[in-house]
Design a protein around this ligand. Structure first.
Ligand code: SAM
Length: 249
């Protein structure tokens, strides 16, 4: 079971996503456990202060260290070993490999969600924290980033998705983007499903799909091909496509 904790000033931001669709079912079927902790409950003063102005001046507010240490230490005390993740635009970039590692993690994944100008730097200095970014842009808080990471990891837990085969073929699973998918009807507004997919010839369909995946990757994310494990035939096929693309440009 993958076990997560989300520490947040705004539990209402994460609750809806955790109670719908696959994440909801994964929790009901005990593949996934998620604790949501309201940071304000761990503030020590009577006004329940969780943020304050930055030392040295500047705009915005900074999350105070005391409530964050209090909640992380409580989780550690009551639930055991933890791996602490701090969503941050300054962190290591999240990707499918990290999602897979999270899905297999035996320790509890504790996500500390920042807000406003961020978190007092002593949180990072005083506990083993991994900063993880979901991309080169700035969000208002870490909640959406934590949900992105949990969602991407949870669907990789064996049993969470109906058909494990769908994981093997989808984009990034083998450093390739997925082939195009079609469903009924056969024809829509003059656009037809490729005949090969209607042929019933599974070997030809597999070859076509692999070639489409290669073509998709070559056109949209050629950088991924460097890490893809291809057979000699597939490499030659890609080289021929590259030559065709060059001769048309
Ligand atoms: N002042 C910070 C900086 O320049 O690095 C940005 C703070 S941001 C407005 C508030 C919080 O949103 C961050 O503490 C972090 O938790 C979250 N956040 C923002 N962008 C993110 C990203 N790209 N990936 C992950 N978390 C992000």
């Amino acid at each position: 079971m993958m076990k997560c904790d989300i520490i947040t000033l705004f539990p209402g931001m994460v609750a809806p996503a955790l109670h719908e669709s696959i994440l909801k079912r994964a929790q009901e079927r005990r593949f996934l456990e998620i604790g949501v902790h309201r940071l304000r409950d761990y503030a020590t003063d009577k006004h329940q202060t969780t943020d304050d102005v930055p030392y040295g001046g500047g705009p915005g507010m900074v999350l105070k260290p005391e409530p964050i240490f209090a909640v992380v230490e409580k989780i550690h005390r009551e639930q055991g070993e933890t791996r602490i993740i701090m969503p941050s635009p300054q962190g290591k970039r999240f990707d499918q490999k990290m999602a897979s590692a999270f899905s297999k993690e035996e320790r509890r994944l504790v996500f500390i969600c920042g807000h406003y100008e961020g978190i007092d730097a002593r949180v990072k200095e005083g506990m083993p924290v991994e900063e993880v970014s979901i991309g080169d842009y700035i969000l208002t808080g870490g909640e959406l980033a934590a949900l992105v990471m949990i969602d991407a990891a949870a669907r990789l837990i064996p049993g969470v998705l109906g058909e494990p085969a769908s994981l093997e073929e989808e984009s990034f699973a083998s450093s390739l983007l997925e082939y195009p998918q079609y469903t009924r009807p056969v024809e829509f507004r003059g656009l037809r499903v490729p005949d090969i997919l209607l042929s019933g010839n599974h070997k030809s369909i597999r070859t076509w799909r692999k070639q489409q995946a290669l073509l998709n990757t070559l056109r949209k994310r050629p950088d991924l091909l460097a890490d893809a494990s291809l057979t000699e035939d597939e490499k030659e096929w890609v080289d021929r496509q590259c030559d065709t693309v060059k001769s048309h440009s």
